[in-house]
Design a binder for this molecule. Sequence first.
Ligand code: 8YV
Length: 316
Amino acid sequence: MTERATILSLGSIMPSVDTALDKTFIVWRGLGGVLDEIINVHAPMIRALVTRGAMPVDTALIDRLPCLELIANFGVGYDSVDVAAAAARGIVVTNTPDVLNDEMGDFTIGLLLATIRRLPQADRYLRAGQWAQGAFPLGASLRGRRIGIAGMGRIGRVVAHRLSGFDVPVAYYARNRNSDLPYRHYRDLCALAGDVDILIVVLPGGAATHHAVDAAVLAALGRDGVLINVARGSVVDEVALIDALSAGRILAAGLDVFAAEPLVPATLIGMDNVVLLPHIGTATHHTRGLMGELLLRNVMSWFEGIGPVTPIAITA
Ligand code: 8YV
């Protein structure tokens, strides 16, 4: 690299990434009104954009950046980026796959157990001093349960592998059957939901999966059903979910993602049969560190002329 290239960062990514970018590039960093001013003044210089999905990188934004070559996303899910619009302009989009698979596998199992065994509720019970008045009520179990995984990509595979230690049958929904997997395949999500008691959602976000888990899927899951969503809020019809939980059409839900983050419907917050987490699936020093390194490798390698490390196929 001869001269410092100019980069636009949609807010802070994480301190180690921000510092590393600042050392090598001219970085303009901001969101909202600040972002608007940055673009008005510096758009002709901006060659790369880094984002962690805080706002949509849509046609309107891409069109304002005439010299954009690279969009580097911090995260494996890139549903906030209009990759078709980027591809049409010849802009490469990168994400951070694989480095977070194990973390997401661990986390999903944790959320599943917390939800079905009501661990946060039991913790609240103890803290509220209720133990002295009587034992925490008996509840549901993972024993005898059948598990469905919606989405069998990199994270789905790790979740299924983790579950192999729990002696529970696993089936999955995906567009195509993976012949190397020992689990039963369903091409229809409602059919899978009808045959299992627990549905774990690890589908990618975006138009193709919008509200894939709707009222019909929840009804098929049934009165003992448990929904776990660690994917994207957009994949589940949140209104239908609240309705199903309130009416007892499903038993419980464990949610790390929501339709309009960081806003969470007050009705959900008021419910006792849900475990609600603030999108923390990958939020560890270890894994966010690896994600940050991979994002940096993509940006550095791009400006060294070597090309992206983990590009999204349709933009590569
Ligand atoms: C992060 C994620 O929370 O990788 C993803 O798709 O949703 C998470 O790892 C997010 O990308 C960081 O803001």
